[in-house]
Design a protein around this ligand. Structure first.
Ligand SMILES: [Zn+2]
Length: 248
């Protein structure tokens, strides 16, 4: 006969005693490590969603474009747990790269604005049968370094651009490189605005990897994301983690 030591799911301690059963007849255990934060646990899958490492895996899998149901199946948890954990992250998201803001000299910044994956966004909504509700991710990139400065999601072009422009205010942007899109000429002074494809090509190469990954995620995310909120959270988490370098 083989014995497998029961370890505390929270602190890995082996000092465990049985402590009764749940109403459903599942064995409950008590961790005797006095430093353990949780102490009481079950070895049942239903409670796996409470574990820190499972919570981390939920986020990691989502950012790897794994759908809610796939994630739930792989981690042996309930799909609602996946949704709940993602929603919890919403409050922690930042739309502005504040870490970068604090290190940059404002006078040195010029900016390159692009609509990321417009085509993908339209295609994306067609998956859920709602082409009338396009969702765009816009972001602004530092012209020199290719780093993402800020991002915004939205529906209406001019409104969304103005939001992004407001987010960029602390950066003290002096020059905007854009394509010839109308919203830019309507809301930017000619002297701070350089429209034209040529200016964006250089930055696009530098930024290609991140852009490709975001586009891929945007495409994949929409396969499972039926709500604008979840869509924005997952992509927002991605930008926060990989473009802003934040631990989310
Ligand atoms: Zn413990």
């Amino acid at each position: 006969m083989t014995y497998i030591a029961v370890r505390c799911l929270h602190c890995q301690s082996e000092q465990i005693v049985k402590r009764g059963k749940t109403a459903q007849g599942t064995q409950r255990y008590l961790c005797q490590n006095t430093l353990c934060a949780v102490r009481s646990f079950l070895l049942n899958y239903r409670y796996r969603g409470c574990l820190p490492e499972i919570k981390q895996q939920i986020i990691d899998m989502s950012l790897n474009a794994s759908g809610v149901r796939d994630t739930a199946r792989s981690l042996h948890i309930c799909p609602n747990t996946v949704l709940r954990e993602l929603k919890k992250k919403e409050a922690a998201l930042e739309s502005v790269n504040t870490a970068l803001l604090h290190t940059l000299k404002p006078t040195e910044i010029t900016v390159n604005i692009e609509r990321a994956g417009e085509a993908e966004m339209e295609e994306m909504w067609s998956f859920v049968g709602n082409k009338g509700n396009p969702r765009w991710l816009w972001h602004a990139i530092d012209h020199r370094t290719g780093k993402v400065l800020a991002y915004v999601f939205g529906r209406r072009q001019d409104t969304v651009f103005l939001q992004l422009k407001a987010l960029l205010a602390p950066f003290g942007i002096t020059q905007y490189y854009t394509d010839y899109w109308g919203a830019y000429t309507r809301h930017l002074d000619p002297e701070e605005h350089t429209p034209g494809k040529r200016n964006t090509q250089k930055i696009e190469r530098k930024h290609l990897t991140l852009r490709t990954r975001i586009k891929r995620l945007v495409r994949k995310t929409i396969c499972f994301s039926k709500s604008t909120q979840m869509h924005d959270i997952v992509i927002g988490l991605f930008v926060n983690r990989y473009a802003f370098g934040r631990a989310v």
